[in-house]
Design a protein around this ligand. Sequence first.
Ligand code: URA
Length: 196
Amino acid sequence: MAVTDWKALFAACGECRRCDLANTRHNVVVGVGNPQAEIMFIGEGPGENEDLKGEPFVGRAGKLLDQMLAAVGLSRQHNIYIANIVKCRPPKNRDPLPEEQAACTPWLMQQIEAINPKIIVCLGRIAACYMIDPDFKVMKQHGEFIEKDGRLMMGMLHPAAILRNPNQRSVAFADFVTLRDKIAEICTHTELVFPE
Ligand code: URA
């Protein structure tokens, strides 16, 4: 997809009123990262910080995500793209409703088509159930690669859940190592970048 098409996508998302989340949002949180990335991360929906800034995963959970990404040579500045299932904040951070997820689906599908990632990582239960399998059990199936629609998909624990339950950090980190190994195997254009 050409750069101008991304501009059009951001502009169209910015005007979206396909569901009631449009009434309470401050910003539409479309996505961030390298549109040519071979790896895409998908979260659930913007929280308060994301809604105010217009960028996904910029609050406490986002900082933890950035740290875990950096440890395996990944970052939104270089080699991944990050988006959410819903682009507008659900009030009081409630789960996005099925109809809100459905209304937002065309935007996410356009992003996935444009990026054409080899690997999609779903952060948390809601994203994994939406993208991989409605019966996905994130505590049981996290870290497993599942082939779907010609891509590899993996569910991971949501970074906000790790903040609530810090003894899950090592389990979560192991999934990033599994991801790094798969990237080395199949993502021929991805250069891992480690902070100095
Ligand atoms: N949680 C999400 O799922 N997405 C964000 O962008 C921020 C927090």
